[in-house]
Design a binder for this molecule. Structure first.
Ligand SMILES: [Mn+2]
Length: 378
């Protein structure tokens, strides 16, 4: 039996942070049945434990003000390193905020930064990296707490809008939860309206998509996590499922796609996650998938083990199979497990569960929502 038929064409991967791109973790990924890696090169945590790190309200996750645009040699080196370890690099996830702070903030360096991004995407193509996962967000991932929310009192991430100061201003020199330059005394707090944010992402896509098309690199947008209306005085972009249509409609291109975070879609206060997954898969708009489960929605939710949340993950896999999705699924953040290797145990649990679902996708039978589709059509 070929690998493709064994897995229905879908592939399982593992996401690794910069400091975690080690030979041991590549072996761990392969042992858990992963064939692909999604790598982060931004050093959010600078030596601190990255696992479910909330960061600081004042300084964010870390300081990226010294980051330099990744070079072609670095990119090609990473592709080779992953390949030498028996895996394939499926995507790089997240730009350093230093690379595009003024694209996000409509600042004076925006045109120069865009030239840098274009160079980077061309180098992705030359190095054989097929996808960039990005998150066009001013406030970034912010406002959750890490507590024993998940099954068996496992440490996980939760969000309760009533318990945070959602309008706490972003300090000057911070964007996307990282410091990209020194703060200036007396600077006005950042405020970004919905119209301004959509105008900015429109400019970003119109500039970068033609370059990405030529380079053969998909630009894959992560939804807003947490998907609230506004956060820290700034609008959120894709915070409802229907807004994916708006984003994808800005530039019609096979490389204008999404980094489909199932957890984030499940957290959104409206919409049907199954219908959304089907639509995006049918249109070939999925760069790769964050396979995560949650209980609750905005304004209150927490992240669960993969088999313990509101979303029927087997149904998601049936839908992806029905729509012929052949891309990569990675675990997203997972609850930590009580043992000397909490991060690895959490990932191993998720990877095993995902492998089982995908390997047995055909035995799972037809999807419920496909049956509804057919009934509606007849
Ligand atoms: Mn995600």
């Amino acid at each position: 039996m070929s690998r493709a038929s064994e897995t229905g064409g879908m592939k399982v991967g593992l996401g690794l942070y910069r400091d975690s791109l080690t030979r041991e973790n590549f072996l761990f990924a392969r042992q858990a049945g992963a064939t692909h890696i999604v790598a982060h090169l931004t050093n959010y945590f600078a030596g601190k434990n990255p696992s479910l790190s909330r960061g600081s309200d004042v300084e964010g996750w870390g300081d990226c003000s010294d980051d330099r645009l990744w070079t072609y040699d670095e990119l090609v080196g990473l592709v080779r390193l992953v390949r030498e370890n028996g895996l394939e690099l499926a995507a790089l996830e997240n730009l350093s905020p230093r690379f595009w702070s003024d694209v996000l903030l409509d600042g004076p360096e925006k045109a120069a930064q865009m030239e840098g991004l274009k160079r980077l995407i061309r180098d992705f193509g030359r190095a054989g990296i097929p996808c960039l996962g990005y998150n066009f967000s001013i406030a970034g991932v912010w406002g959750w707490t890490k507590e024993r929310f998940a099954r068996g009192d496992a440490m996980s991430v939760g969000f309760d809008l009533s318990k945070i100061d959602a309008q706490m201003p972003i300090p000057d020199g911070i964007v996307w939860n990282m410091r990209y330059r020194q703060g200036r005394l007396g600077a006005a707090p950042i405020r970004v309206s919905d119209a301004e944010l959509w105008q900015r992402v429109g400019w970003f896509l119109k500039e970068l998509v033609p370059v990405a098309e030529e380079a053969g690199v998909m630009l894959a947008a992560h939804g807003d996590d947490p998907p609230v209306d506004t956060l820290r005085g700034t609008a959120r972009l894709v915070n409802q499922p229907h807004k994916y249509d708006r984003l994808l409609g800005i530039v019609e291109s096979k490389v204008n796609g999404v980094e489909l975070c199932l957890g984030t879609v499940a957290e959104m206060s409206t919409g049907d996650i199954y219908e959304r997954v089907r639509t995006l898969a049918r249109r070939n708009k999925i760069g790769y998938i964050h396979f995560r489960n949650v209980r609750g929605k905005v304004p209150v939710y927490y992240e669960t083990f993969i088999d313990d949340g509101d979303v029927d993950m087997a149904e998601i896999v049936r839908i992806l199979r029905d729509e012929g999705y052949t891309g990569v699924l990675i675990p997203d953040h997972t609850p930590e497990m009580e043992c000397p290797a909490p991060w690895h145990a959490g990932k191993a649990y998720a990877l095993g569960y995902m492998r089982a679902l995908i390997k047995n996708a055909d035995a799972l039978g037809p999807s419920r929502t496909a049956a509804a589709d057919r009934a509606a059509a007849s």
